[in-house]
Design a protein around this ligand. Structure first.
Ligand code: NAP
Ligand code: MG
Length: 512
């Protein structure tokens, strides 16, 4: 590989303002009114009458007011979900559920630009990327689980019952819905995370109370309009916007049968505690600090682009972000410079600007958190090959940052930063840095770049991670199970695996 000269280009990054005319009329209309809660098929104010603002991370300006739901509203939503579960939804046939879910996928595709823009305004991410990735993928998830609705099957079993000689038996299993599912989602992929949870829950016949993140409630509410328009019975999907206390009330609620959570490991542990009261089923998708391992024999051009995107995609606000970059020592310098060069050329700007590749972080809180880690890294002796600071003073923009001269005990190497920051570490072991890569409380994902296929498969088995990508990163599909080892979570979403989260098995034993 030719040596790549490293150029610092941040002085050139221009944070442009976006022409107002870019915003669709439908998006304008949607945000022109205060947003309400969806409970029992009605759009209602919070019982307290309170609202809270949601902000555009590109400007810090208020977009609209959203109902501030609390424990009282969670109570109302759970009651509505219970009525729908015991009532009309239980009478829907699998093929009726299939056809409704398929229509949700179609509606998302038909309104992809609108959803993409709304996601961009609320979260900061590029509208073009949101449309092409978040929305298309969300539609794909609904289409995928539509297919499963008609394929949920039990088994027939022939029991022996040896202590009842001469008896004859027939047994079979049913896979039944769990019931009322509480679902709590984060702000990094607001629509997509809601979709990953709602689609398998409905395919299997459950009802839902969704609590979106306070920073990004809007696309879930737009999705709620689709459920109403398509004629889902009232109460099948309920949406309560609000803060952590609403999530806590949902996790603790005695009439909720299952809680599914995506977010920080810290809150994940609180969910486990809250679920104790009625021992509701719990599934968790939590944090990560994923290793991405590059051998000297890799296709370096694709490894550089892939390794940069591993931690840059969605501004590093990905639970799977490949933020510990292990590079074989013989190529460490040229490879990390290549990644730094790639990162420094990424166009940072407002999400509505079609040329932006990277937008602002989601909030002032995240900006403070990420720049706090950068300050700590500097104080600990880490050196930035590129980046390291905030960009400008409007919006929450951070420079893509490649850190070298890092040690295993630094917070920038151990903790989830959730920003566009990678820590690069050299390794020399012929078969890869297995022990170092596994030296983390997390175990969500990992990447391996090499042309040696045997080595790649051997290493993939040794890594303690729920997803391993070989010669790629961030490759997802609705059909592939996803979830974490160690403190990265409980259970697997997506694929057939998610059906296990949303069904329970009943064994029926018949003496003939
Ligand atoms: P978070 O607090 O874990 O938020 C995730 C969701 O949980 C939000 O809907 C949140 O509501 C809700 N929540 C908060 N406290 C709760 C409680 N006690 N009981 C039930 N639900 C509760 O995440 P964050 O504060 O937004 O972000 C902090 C850090 O978490 C990030 O910097 C990142 O490291 C990590 N994170 C990870 C993921 C992931 O996909 N693994 C996603 C987001 C964040 P509110 O929005 O009202 O707080
Ligand atoms: Mg929080």
């Amino acid at each position: 590989m030719t040596h790549v000269t490293f150029v610092l280009r941040y002085e050139e990054v221009r944070v442009t303002t976006v022409a107002d005319t870019l915003v669709l009329d439908s998006v304008r209309t949607f945000v022109s009114t205060d947003k309400r809660l969806l409970i029992g098929g009605e759009w209602v104010a919070a019982a307290s009458g309170r609202t809270f603002p949601t902000y555009d991370p590109a400007t810090g300006e208020r977009i609209t007011e959203v109902a501030h739901g609390d424990a009282t509203d969670i109570d109302r939503a759970v009651a509505a979900a219970r009525r729908a579960f015991e009532g009309p939804w239980s009478r829907f046939t699998p093929s009726q559920r299939q056809s409704l879910l398929w229509k949700v996928g179609d509606a998302l595709l038909a309104r992809a630009e609108e959803f993409g823009q709304l996601e961009s305004i609320d979260n900061g991410k590029s509208a073009a990327i949101a449309q092409a990735v978040d929305v298309v993928w969300s539609a794909n998830v609904f289409h995928y689980y539509a297919g499963w609705a008609t394929k949920i099957e039990g088994r027939t079993i022939t029991p022996s019952v040896p202590w009842l000689p001469g008896s004859e038996w027939h047994a079979y299993t049913l896979r039944e819905p769990v019931g009322v599912c509480g679902q709590i989602v984060p702000w990094n992929f607001p629509l997509l995370m809601a979709t990953w949870k709602i689609a398998p829950a409905l395919a299997t016949g459950n009802t839902v109370v969704l609590k979106p993140a306070e920073q990004t409630p809007l696309t879930a509410l737009l999705l709620g309009e689709i459920f109403c328009e398509l004629g889902f019975p009232a109460g099948v999907v309920n949406i309560v916007t609000g803060f952590g206390d609403a999530g806590a009330a949902l996790a603790a609620h005695d009439d909720v049968d299952k809680i599914a959570f995506t977010g920080s490991t810290e809150v994940g542990k609180k969910i486990v505690g809250a679920a104790r009261g009625n021992l509701k089923k719990v599934s968790l998708e939590l944090g990560g600090k994923s290793p991405n391992i590059v051998f000297a024999d890799a296709d370096l051009e694709s490894a550089i682009a892939g390794s940069a995107n591993a931690w840059l995609f969605n501004h590093g606000q990905c639970c799977v972000a490949g933020t510990r970059l292990f590079v074989e020592d013989s190529i460490f310098e040229e490879f990390t410079q290549g990644v730094a060069e790639f990162a420094s050329q990424v166009k940072v700007g407002p999400g509505l600007d079609p040329t932006s590749q990277l937008g602002p972080l989601v909030s002032q809180e995240q900006l403070d958190r990420v720049t706090g880690y950068l300050d700590q890294g500097r104080a600990d002796g880490a050196r930035a090959l590129t980046g390291g600071r905030r960009i400008g003073d409007t919006g929450y923009y951070v420079e893509p940052t490649v850190l070298v001269d890092v040690r295993d005990d630094m917070s920038v190497v151990r903790e989830e930063i959730f920003g566009p920051v990678v820590a690069a570490l050299p390794f020399s072991a012929a078969d890869g840095p297995v022990a170092d890569a596994n030296n983390s409380e997390f175990g969500l994902a990992a990447g391996i770049w090499t042309r040696d296929i045997s080595r790649a498969h051997r290493l993939a088995k040794q890594l303690k991670a729920g997803s391993v990508w070989i010669n790629s990163y961030n490759a997802f599909d609705a059909a592939i199970p996803f979830g974490g080892y160690k403190q990265s979570g409980w259970g697997r979403e997506l694929g057939e695996a998610a059906l296990d989260l949303y069904t329970q098995t009943k064994a029926i034993n018949v003496q003939l």
